[in-house]
Design a protein around this ligand. Structure first.
Ligand code: AFP
Length: 326
């Protein structure tokens, strides 16, 4: 028989090697339990009728799905019971979610079910999270941490059973779920240097609304690469991490209906852009916003702040960053 290394075994060794505490393990156990629970609900959701619209509206003004609410409830339950989380910030809750404000050690920024347009089709969605640590030395800062201060960031692609985790300064690792529902077989991810497999990923319907310089750059690049877009960041970024290339959600600045412009971008900085930016950075890639500023450097001003995002292979991100910086 063939046995693969489990995630827990991998992370225990990692913590031991770096002389770290066991607190992070308890937090990771909570996140993995939440992801497995959400995955099971999602797999059987269509049978129970859980994949339809809930009829509500979340803090971003978007329709909520039943699965969004279920995923949120599950995640809060496990994070709270870990006893390690000070506060959490979720895509689904406008306010910061207080957990263990005295004894907690971490801040968790998460989107428990990202890519809701895929939910009613049962297609892949993501559970994205970033983790920062309590400031033990100085004053607390309202938990508005830039991505460069995250100690880890990860995503579960649900329901495919694939988990990718970036550990600050220790690489990006991919795991697959096995028949016992354990995440196993750590594979270190590095973006491929060879551009043969590189892909472009963005919503083509928005193309004419991008800044002119971005449109021109895309026109120069498009014949060189293949094009893929799922509409769920976790799935789209998963491909870029494996194949290389670039995922973009540029600012919308030239929409024929100006009220539909999104100069600030669409994606959320703390639990979408910074999460994939850290994973990409640890895999040898990069990520910038519409001004060409590295995503990991952006100091958030609010929990649900939006940003434009260009993430992927370093040379492509460098090229577009230069154009964006003017
Ligand atoms: P939803 O959860 O509202 O579907 O948004 C998903 C998302 O934040 C991200 O996962 C996708 O990459 C991006 O938005 C897709 O947006 P478009 O539907 O505008 O292409």
């Amino acid at each position: 028989m063939r046995f693969e290394q489990t995630f827990m075994n991998f992370i225990l060794h990692h913590q031991e090697k770096h002389n770290r505490t066991y607190h992070f393990l308890i937090l990771m156990d909570a996140l993995i339990s939440a992801a497995k629970h959400i995955q099971q609900y999602y797999l059987t959701g269509a049978l129970r009728g859980d994949l339809g619209l809930a009829g509500g509206v979340n803090v971003q003004g978007e329709d909520t799905m039943r699965m969004d609410q279920i995923a949120e409830e599950i995640t809060i339950h496990y994070l709270r019971s870990s006893g390690r989380v000070i506060h959490a910030i979720s895509e689904e809750s406008e306010e910061i979610i207080a957990m263990d404000t005295e004894g907690g050690r971490y801040f968790v920024y998460f989107d428990p079910l990202d890519g809701s347009s895929n939910v009613s089709h049962g297609l892949p969605v993501g559970f994205l999270f970033g983790i920062a640590k309590r400031n033990l030395d100085g004053r607390e800062d309202g938990h508005l941490r830039p991505g460069k201060d995250y100690i880890a960031a990860g995503m579960f692609v649900i329901p495919t059973g694939i988990f990718t985790l970036a550990l600050k300064d220790s690489g990006t690792w991919r795991f697959h779920i096995d028949e016992t529902m354990n995440f196993v077989k750590p594979i270190r991810m590095m973006l491929p240097e060879d551009s043969k497999t590189w892909e472009l990923s963005f919503n083509e319907a928005n193309r004419c609304s991008f800044a002119k310089a971005v449109q021109t750059w895309i026109a120069q690049k498009e014949s060189e690469y293949t094009f893929r877009y799922l509409g769920a960041l976790a799935g789209d970024f998963h491909r870029i991490l494996s194949n290389g290339g670039i995922f973009m959600y540029p600012a919308i600045v030239n929409h024929p209906k100006p009220e539909k412009n999104r100069p600030q971008g669409k994606l959320r900085l703390m639990y979408e852009a910074a999460v994939v930016a850290l994973m990409c950075h640890e895999a040898g890639g990069d990520a910038v916003d519409e001004a060409g500023i590295p995503i990991l450097e952006i100091q958030p001003r609010e929990y649900h702040q939006r940003t434009a995002l260009y993430v992927g292979s370093k040379s492509l991100v460098d090229e577009i960053a230069q154009i964006l910086r003017g």
